[in-house]
Design a protein. Structure first.
Length: 274
């Protein structure tokens, strides 16, 4: 599967007055990981404000050090940018990117939602995920690399879905209202989505961002168990933590009606739609 740079540039050119954070695109067939490649380019002196794209990763990685299966046929993209966020607010970059990408895809009829904290879901199945890595100096984030993996036409596990198959099925349905998005157009929308989310965070603030993020969050209203006590997911706070309202209980382990769960402390499943 070849990636067509000209098609990507044409897709980006349509919104050039909007997309200007990323001034250059570096395209590869195979890399160890696009995040690693982005960091290597930064070390070589390339200024932040670029994207790296590949269709295969040999050592892709996901959240919490997990290996990300990256077969040929997927879209793997990393964006390198400057940042001035405090280190304890770093997760806002992931939230902003997830919302921006989901919103961009929704705008073209691909009704992507978000599974907390960093997964993109379509019809209840995992379409992709986001991994943000940062460089910190004196408690401030100075540089960030936002990595995005999207299932394009690669095989997926039972909980996954690839976009090309989904679009084909939609185009064969009388209910279809979306136009077909090519691989290059998808990459453009990912780049635009990252910028869209980051601009919202920087210009409108985290409260506005979170209100929009939560509207696309599939986990709102979902029941979870914390120390065997039931609660309901009601939101996400600026640190990226999941805000949970605990049900009333006689258990001594429930000392407050609300708790916040940090990313990585609880695993949420996928809810498939009928």
């Amino acid at each position: 599967m070849e990636f067509n740079r000209q098609k990507l540039e044409l897709a980006l050119e349509e919104r050039r007055n909007y997309t200007n954070i990323f001034s250059s695109i570096h395209i590869f067939d195979t890399v160890s990981s696009t995040n690693t490649t982005a960091w290597e380019l930064l070390k070589q002196g390339i200024k932040p404000g670029f994207a790296v794209i590949a269709t295969t990763q040999t050592s892709g990685r996901g959240q919490w050090g997990r290996q990300w299966n990256s077969p040929k046929g997927g879209l793997y993209l990393s964006a390198a940018l400057n940042s001035h966020l405090e280190v304890n607010h770093g997760y806002q970059l992931t939230l902003a990117s997830a919302w921006g990408i989901a919103q961009e895809l929704q705008d073209c009829g691909i009704f992507v939602e978000i599974k907390w904290p960093n997964d993109l879901v379509l019809d209840g199945y995992k379409l992709g995920g986001i991994l943000t890595e940062t460089k910190v100096k004196k408690a401030l984030i100075t540089q960030a690399v936002i990595g995005v993996g999207i299932n394009w036409e690669n095989p997926t596990p039972e909980t996954g879905i690839n976009l090309k198959t989904w679009q084909t099925n939609q185009n064969n349905s009388s209910l279809n209202n979306s136009s077909f998005v090519s691989l290059e157009e998808l990459a453009a929308k990912i780049i635009q989505g990252i910028e869209f989310g980051i601009r919202c965070l920087e210009q409108e603030g985290v409260d506005i961002l979170l209100s929009r993020y939560v509207r696309l969050l599939v986990n709102i209203g979902e029941k979870v168990y914390v120390n065997n006590n039931p609660g309901t997911i009601i939101g996400v706070n600026p640190s990226g933590s999941l805000h949970v309202r605990m049900e009333s209980s006689n258990s001594e382990s429930v000392t407050t009606p609300y708790i916040d769960l940090q990313p990585g402390t609880i695993s949420l499943g996928y809810r498939k739609t009928s």
